[in-house]
Ligand binder design. Structure first.
Ligand code: 13P
Ligand code: SF4
Length: 309
C-alpha cells in the first residue's frame, strides 16, 4: 500500500507532510516528517499542486493559509485537537476586550478563527523567541496551553496572562511518571515536551540539582530529534506522544528510547491511517479551506511565526 500511496502522490503532484506523532507506516511514506513549525515551513515553500496533511485539522488549516494556491487535503476530518478546542473566537474576543492593548500570542494549536484574532502565532520550537520579540512594556495574553505558558514565563522571566487550556495527552503525563522513571533509569537524558504537566516541576527540580540540570531538556518534537542525534548519551526517556519514538529510533538506531508514559497516545493523530491516506489521494478527500477574510487576518500572525525561529 505504501507503493500505491507513492504512485498516487506522483500522479497528483502531491507532497505528503506528516507530524512526528503519526503512526509508523504513515511517517515512512511521507515526503517530510516534522514538528508543527517544520511542517508549516514546508507547506509555505512547496511547489506541489496538492498538500496531503497527515496530522490534525489545525495543522492542515495553517497549511491552507500559508499556501492558498495549493489544494490541502486531510485524510480524516475527525482528526481534531483537544488543546485547539479549549478556546474559540468568541472567548478570545471577550478576553481581548477585558485586556485592551495586550499583545495576543497564540500557540499554533488553535483554529484559524482564533489565529485571525492573534498578533503572533508560535510553536514549541520558537515560542521563546516570539515572546522575546514582544516589546517589554506590552501585556501578553498567551493561549491556549497553560503548561507551555508557565514554562515560557520561567524561561523568559516575563509575566503573562495565560489561558487555562491543556492537551489531554500531555497533561496526562504525571509528575509521578517522572519520579518513577528517574528512579528506574537515573543515567538517561530526560526529554520533555513543554505541553506536559510535568515540565514545570522538572525544571524546578533541575534548578535545584546540578545533575538533573544536565540531563533535563524541554524541547519541541523536532528539537528532540536534533538532540538525540547530537547527544553523546545513549539512552533517553521521552515525555510526549509515543508516535515520536518511531522517528527517534529511525534517526538514531544505535540509541535506546523509553516512553515516559505508554498511555500518551493522541487518538486524533492516530485517526490518520495508511488506507485513509491512500483514499485521500485517490478521491482527493477531504479538502481543507479557510474563508478568505479569516485567512487574510490569520496569515500575518502565522507568517511572523514562520519567520522568527
Ligand atoms: P510540536 O511537534 O510542534 O512540538 O507539537 C506537538 C503537538 O502536540 C502538536 O499537536
Ligand atoms: Fe492536540 Fe494534544 Fe493531540 Fe497534539 S497531542 S494534536 S496537542 S490533542
Amino acid at each position: 500500500m505504501q507503493d500505491e500511496v507513492r504512485a498516487l502522490a506522483r500522479e497528483r503532484n502531491a507532497v505528503i507532510l506528516a507530524h512526528n506523532y503519526q503512526v509508523a507506516e504513515v511517517q515512512d511514506v511521507a515526503d517530510y516528517v516534522g514538528d508543527s513549525l517544520g511542517l508549516s515551513q514546508q507547506a509555505a515553500a512547496t511547489d506541489a499542486d496538492v498538500i496531503v496533511f497527515a496530522g490534525v485539522h489545525f495543522m492542515a488549516e495553517t497549511a491552507a493559509i500559508l499556501a492558498p494556491e495549493r489544494t490541502v487535503l486531510i485524510p480524516d476530518l475527525e482528526a481534531g485537537c483537544s488543546l485547539a478546542a479549549s478556546i474559540d473566537a468568541e472567548a478570545l474576543e471577550r478576553w481581548k476586550q477585558e485586556n485592551p492593548g495586550a499583545v495576543v500570542v497564540s500557540y499554533v494549536n488553535t483554529t484559524a478563527e482564533v489565529k485571525a484574532l492573534s498578533d503572533y502565532c508560535c510553536t514549541s520550537g520558537n515560542a521563546r523567541a516570539i515572546i522575546e520579540a514582544v516589546p517589554e512594556d506590552r501585556d501578553i495574553l498567551f493561549l491556549p496551553d497553560m503548561f507551555l505558558g508557565a514554562y515560557l514565563e520561567r524561561l523568559t522571566g516575563r509575566r503573562m496572562k495565560i489561558w487555562p487550556g491543556e492537551c489531554h495527552v500531555h497533561a496526562g503525563i504525571r509528575p509521578q511518571d517522572v519520579s518513577r522513571m528517574m528512579e528506574e533509569r537515573p543515567e538517561t537524558d530526560l526529554l520533555i515536551h513543554p505541553e506536559c504537566g510535568c515540565a514545570s516541576q522538572c525544571l524546578y527540580a533541575a534548578a535545584h540539582d546540578a545533575k538533573l540540570a544536565e540531563t533535563t531538556h524541554v524541547l519541541s518534537t523536532e528539537g528532540m530529534v536534533r538532540h538525540v542525534t547530537t547527544s553523546k548519551r545513549s539512552e533517553f526517556v521521552v515525555a510526549t506522544e509515543t508516535g515520536i519514538l518511531h522517528r527517534l529510533r529511525k534517526e538514531a538506531p544505535d540509541k535506546r528510547f523509553y516512553a515516559m508514559s505508554e498511555q500518551a497516545v493522541c487518538r486524533y493523530m492516530k485517526q490518520i491511517t495508511l488506507p485513509k491516506l491512500r483514499d485521500s489521494l485517490r478521491e482527493m478527500q477531504y479538502p481543507v479551506t479557510v474563508p478568505d477574510d479569516v485567512a487574510a487576518r490569520a496569515r500575518g500572525a502565522i507568517e511572523r511565526m514562520v519567520e522568527i525561529v
